[in-house]
Design a protein around this ligand. Structure first.
Ligand code: NAP
Length: 490
């Protein structure tokens, strides 16, 4: 498939080196790795493939920059974030194009992600100047307590491919706001967007070494020595639960502060008294945003019997009207999945459900030809023991199970080791509050299909993670509390 002049201009302009100490360079051994367009399988670019020695160089750079950024007045750190926010908007079209090319999501969604990602910069620009402390009289009146909040120190970030920019700014912005230098390793499928963002921060005036970006195919070999070194004091990871557990074990060695944003298995509950059309609108976002490749994606639909047929029919109609194609093409709503492995997993999960007796209301057959496309699919009467009720689908597949009561839906929703988000549609306030209080997840979408917002605390419970990103608590993950006891003689 031929690429347009605009697409070539954007990929040719994208940085492809390692970004260390504010400068671009090749891997020390000269290694590179290819970045593919998932819609065509064509190679877009070759980026540097870091070795463990490059990783340690990035750690040295971050360690050297740590006192510089920590000593910078909060207002200056805030101004850097504001400038980066404005630059992101100025470069939004090119960044969105780059993201679509390497990740596959439609251009409109990529533009949406640039805006979403930029809002973390703006939010934390506002937070940088609000880091507070405290002064307290001891209960016995004989000492005074001074409480100071200090940057946690050098941070290590590892991010996934599904939101190549926002998953990075969600960590980098609070780190800068708090006065922490960092090293980030983006996913190998989508490094170009993060590399382009490093240039944005450099142009916004971030001190050299305060952010270092390393791209590596040997993720474990490069990151483990950094994590175990002990000079970095924090790790923040977004990705799958198995990898999160591995990194948490590595972080335990030197007792690093750890934030983990891991996998999800969101339920989408629709009760008999729900506004079904509103639930369809919410489902289209919760299921189809990012082609279903989101940790917050609705993975299981539990619909009460009285509205089940109407919901399934309307959802199949809406999903069936979506246009599948290359994300750069006009009018496309559903791009390719990230790679062959991602597409094959969706194929297997659907086959398993159908073999178990699920009905196919829409789609269900993978597309031939280049690229990793999978059509919007609606499955009905999905047996509870089907794999897709227990594993992340990460694709445009909506499995619907009919339930007879709110309690049955609640029990099914909680029957998972994950606890990131659940969605509930009901008009009954009492019922809504009871369900919200009893759902085991860090977030709940109540009569809405979208929970992500930089101003809200994002995160999960159970095996979906530790800590929160964004909101007023977001910066806490990057601060240590120090207390000074002061003798007082009256
Ligand atoms: P993944 O396989 O866990 O990979 C995530 C990142 O970790 C990639 O950069 C990966 O690089 C790296 N990695 C893998 N093994 C590593 C190791 N031993 N040491 C250091 N880094 C390592 O996840 P993914 O497939 O990219 O992303 C999808 C997952 O992310 C889903 O489970 C989704 O739910 C989750 N997610 C969660 C959130 C949230 O906020 N809770 C948000 C978005 C995504 P390599 O690919 O080179 O191994």
């Amino acid at each position: 498939m031929t690429t347009t002049a605009d697409e070539r201009r954007v990929t040719e302009a994208a940085p492809t080196g390692l970004f260390i100490r504010g400068a671009w360079r090749s891997a020390q051994n000269g290694a590179t790795t290819k970045v593919e367009d998932p819609a065509t399988g064509e190679v877009l670019a070759e980026v540097a493939d870091a070795s463990p020695a490059d990783g340690m160089d990035a750690l040295d750079a971050a360690q050297a920059a740590q006192p510089v950024i920590a000593a910078m007045p909060p207002r200056e750190r805030s101004e850097i974030l504001y400038r980066a926010y404005r630059l992101l908007h100025e470069r939004a079209d090119d960044l969105a194009m780059l993201m679509t090319l390497e990740m596959g999501k439609p251009l409109a969604e990529a533009r949406g992600e640039v805006v979403y990602a930029s809002e973390f910069l703006r939010w934390f620009a506002e937070e940088a100047v609000r880091i507070d402390g405290g002064y307290q009289v001891a209960p016995n009146g004989q000492t005074r307590f001074l409480t100071i909040r200090e940057p946690v120190g050098v941070c290590v970030f590892v991010t996934p491919w599904n939101f190549p920019l926002a998953m990075g700014t969600r960590k980098i912005a609070p780190a800068i706001a708090a006065g922490c230098a960092s090293i980030i390793k983006p996913a190998p499928q989508t490094p170009l967007t993060m590399l382009a963002f490093a240039q944005v921060l450099a142009d916004a005036g971030l001190p050299d070494g305060a952010l270092n970006v390393i791209t590596a195919t040997d993720a474990g070999g490069v990151m483990e020595p950094i994590i175990r070194d002990g000079r970095a004091r924090k790790i923040s990871f977004t990705g799958s639960t198995p990898v999160g557990k591995k990194l948490l074990a590595q972080a335990a060695d030197k007792v690093l502060r750890s934030s983990l944003e891991l996998g999800g298995n969101a339920s989408f509950i629709v009760l008999d008294d729900a506004d079904v059309d509103a639930a369809i609108e919410g489902a289209m976002i919760a299921k189809m945003r990012n082609m279903g490749e989101a940790c917050t994606a609705a993975n299981r639909f539990y619909v009460q019997r009285g509205v089940a047929d109407e919901f399934a029919r309307k959802l199949a109609d809406r999903m069936g009207a979506l246009k599948v194609g290359r994300g750069t093409e006009e009018g496309v709503n559903v791009g390719p999945l990230i790679d062959a492995k991602g597409r094959d997993k969706v194929v297997d999960l659907v086959a398993d459900a159908v073999a178990n007796g699920a009905g196919v209301a829409l789609g269900g057959e993978p597309q031939d030809g280049p690229g990793y496309f999978y059509p919007p699919t609606v499955l009905t009467d999905v047996p509870e023991n089907s794999r897709l009720n227990h594993e992340e689908i990460f694709g445009p597949v909506a499995p619907i199970t009919v339930v007879d009561s709110a309690d049955q839906a609640l029990a099914a929703a909680n029957a998972t080791e994950f606890g990131l988000v659940n969605y509930v549609y009901t008009r009954d306030l009492n019922q809504a509050l009871r369900i919200a209080e009893n759902l085991q997840s860090g977030m709940i979408g109540l009569n809405t299909g979208l929970v992500s917002n930089p101003a809200a605390p994002f995160g999960g419970v159970k095996e979906s993670g530790l800590g929160r990103e964004g909101g007023m608590v977001g910066i806490d993950e990057f601060l240590e509390t120090k207390y000074v006891a002061i003798g007082f003689s009256g």
